[in-house]
Design a protein around this ligand. Structure first.
Ligand SMILES: [Fe+2]
Length: 407
C-alpha cells in the first residue's frame, strides 16, 4: 500500500467510525400487502391536516393510489398532488415541489414512486425548511442539518433503497451536474413497503432495479470497514434478492416475491447508506451520465466484471455470500470448495441472473475515446470516499475500462 492509499484508508476508517456511532436508517418501517391504508392513521397521529403527495402521472393514471386519496379525504386530510418529476429529478422540479408545498399550505410530504420521486421529495422537503440554501449549496455531506416536515416514503420499485437512505441525487439541468445531497435529516420518518404497488412494474424495470439493489448489497458487503451489523443487512438483502428477483421478473403479480424484493432493497439501502458502494457505482454513474443507460442496467453489467477485477481481495466475502444464497435456495452446499471457487461461483451466479433477464453482458455503448473521461469521473467519485476492497489508480481504471470497450 502506498502513502496515498494509506491516507485514504485512514479517512475511510474515520467515516466508518462516525457511521457506527451515528448509524443512518432510523425510521419506522411499515410493511405488508395493503399497508399504505395505514397512512391516514399515521398522518392523523402527527396532527397533519394537509399532505403533499409527490408521485408520477403514471401512478395516478393506473389508479393505484385512488383508494388512499379517498381514505385521506375521509379522514379529513387534504391531499395536494405534485407529479412533475422526471427520471432524473432536476433542481427546477425540486423548487416547484417546494413552492407547491408552501402555496397549498401542506404540513407533510408523502413520496410514492421510485428513487427519482423519493429523491425529489427529500430535497423539496429540505428546501421548505432551508429557504436560504439553494440545492447547489446542499450538495455534499451534512449541509442541511434542519428537521424536515414529516416525510413518508412508499417505494414502487425495489431498487434504490431511497426510502431508507440519507442521500438524494438531483440534476442541475443548467450544467448537467448531478448533486448528491446527503444528510441524516433526509431519511424519511416512515417507509411503507407495500407489494401491491410494485406489481405493475414492467419486467425490464424489475430487472434493472433489482440488480441495482443487489449491487448496493454486494458492494457494501465487500467494502472495508463494513461493520458486522451492516454485513448482516447486506447478507439478508443478497439472500432475499437472490431468491426472489427472477420470480418477480417472470411473475409480476407475485406479491410474495414483490414483498421480498422490497424488503431486500430496503436491507440493501440500510447497508450501503452506512457502508457505501464501490467502483461499480462510480463507473455506472459516469456511464449513465454519458450514454443515458438506466442506472440499474449499468450496474448489472458492471457488477460481475468489477468483482472479477478485484480478484483475491473479495474471495472471502463473495464466498460467504455464495454460501448464504445456496442455503436460502436449498442448493447442495456439502461440497468442499475453496473461497476462490465459491467467489467465482457467486460471480457466475450474477452473470446467470443477468442472462435470465435479458441483460447484456457487454457495455455495447462504451467508446474508446470516452475512457479517459469515464476513468476520471469514476475515480473522482470513488477515491477516497468509497472504502473499496482494492484501491485503483487512474491507470488501473483506464485499463479496466479499455477491456470493456466492444471489439
Ligand atoms: Fe444504485
Amino acid at each position: 500500500m502506498n502513502g496515498k492509499h494509506a491516507i485514504y484508508r485512514v479517512y475511510q476508517a474515520l467515516c466508518a467510525g462516525m457511521l457506527r456511532l451515528f448509524p443512518a436508517g432510523r425510521q419506522t418501517l411499515v410493511q405488508g400487502d395493503g399497508c399504505i391504508t395505514r397512512i391516514p392513521e399515521v398522518l392523523k397521529t402527527h396532527g397533519i391536516k394537509a399532505v403533499q403527495i409527490i408521485t408520477t402521472p403514471g401512478t395516478i393514471r393506473r389508479g393505484t393510489i385512488a383508494p388512499l386519496l379517498a381514505q385521506c379525504e375521509d379522514a379529513g386530510i387534504r391531499t395536494v398532488l405534485y407529479t412533475e418529476v422526471s427520471p432524473d429529478p432536476t433542481v427546477a422540479e425540486v423548487e416547484a415541489a417546494a413552492e407547491c408545498f408552501f402555496v397549498s399550505g401542506c404540513e407533510a410530504i408523502l413520496a410514492i414512486g421510485g428513487g427519482s420521486v423519493m429523491d425529489c421529495a427529500k430535497v423539496a422537503g429540505a428546501r421548505t425548511v432551508r429557504r436560504d440554501l439553494p440545492v447547489g449549496k446542499m450538495s455534499g455531506m451534512l449541509k442541511i442539518h434542519k428537521k424536515l416536515p414529516l416525510l413518508l416514503a412508499v417505494p414502487t420499485t425495489a431498487g434504490t433503497g431511497s426510502e431508507v437512505t440519507l442521500a438524494a441525487v438531483i440534476t442541475d439541468e443548467t450544467c448537467h451536474y448531478k448533486h448528491a445531497v446527503m444528510d441524516y435529516c433526509l431519511i424519511p420518518r416512515y417507509a411503507f413497503l407495500d407489494p401491491g404497488l410494485s406489481c405493475s412494474l414492467p419486467p425490464d424495470m424489475t430487472a434493472y432495479s433489482g440488480m441495482d439493489a443487489l449491487t448496493h448489497a454486494v458492494e457494501a458487503y465487500c467494502n472495508r470497514f463494513c461493520s458486522p451489523k451492516m454485513k448482516a443487512h447486506a447478507k439478508k438483502a443478497v439472500r432475499l434478492i437472490g431468491a426472489n428477483l427472477l420470480t418477480a421478473y417472470r411473475e409480476p403479480e407475485n406479491k410474495e416475491a414483490r414483498m421480498n424484493m422490497l424488503a431486500g432493497s430496503y436491507e440493501a439501502g440500510i447497508a450501503f447508506t452506512n457502508a457505501y458502494v464501490g467502483y461499480v457505482h462510480a463507473i455506472a454513474h459516469g456511464i449513465g451520465g454519458l450514454y443515458h443507460v438506466p442506472h440499474g442496467e449499468a450496474n448489472a453489467i458492471l457488477l460481475p466484471k468489477v468483482l472479477a477485477a478485484y480478484g483475491s481481495a473479495v474471495y472471502t466475502p463473495l464466498a460467504r455470500l455464495e454460501r448464504e444464497v445456496r442455503t436460502s435456495v436449498a442448493e447442495d452446499e456439502s461440497r468442499e470448495e475453496t473461497d476462490a471457487v465459491l467467489a467465482e461461483a457467486f460471480i457466475e451466479r450474477i452473470r446467470r441472473m443477468n442472462r435470465s433477464m435479458g441483460i447484456s453482458e457487454e457495455l455495447a455503448m462504451l467508446r474508446k475515446e470516452d475512457v479517459p473521461e469515464l476513468a476520471a469521473r469514476a475515480l473522482k467519485e470513488g477515491n477516497p470516499n468509497y472504502p473499496v476492497p482494492v484501491i485503483w489508480e487512474e491507470e488501473q481504471m483506464r485499463v479496466f475500462l479499455m477491456e470493456q470497450v466492444p471489439k
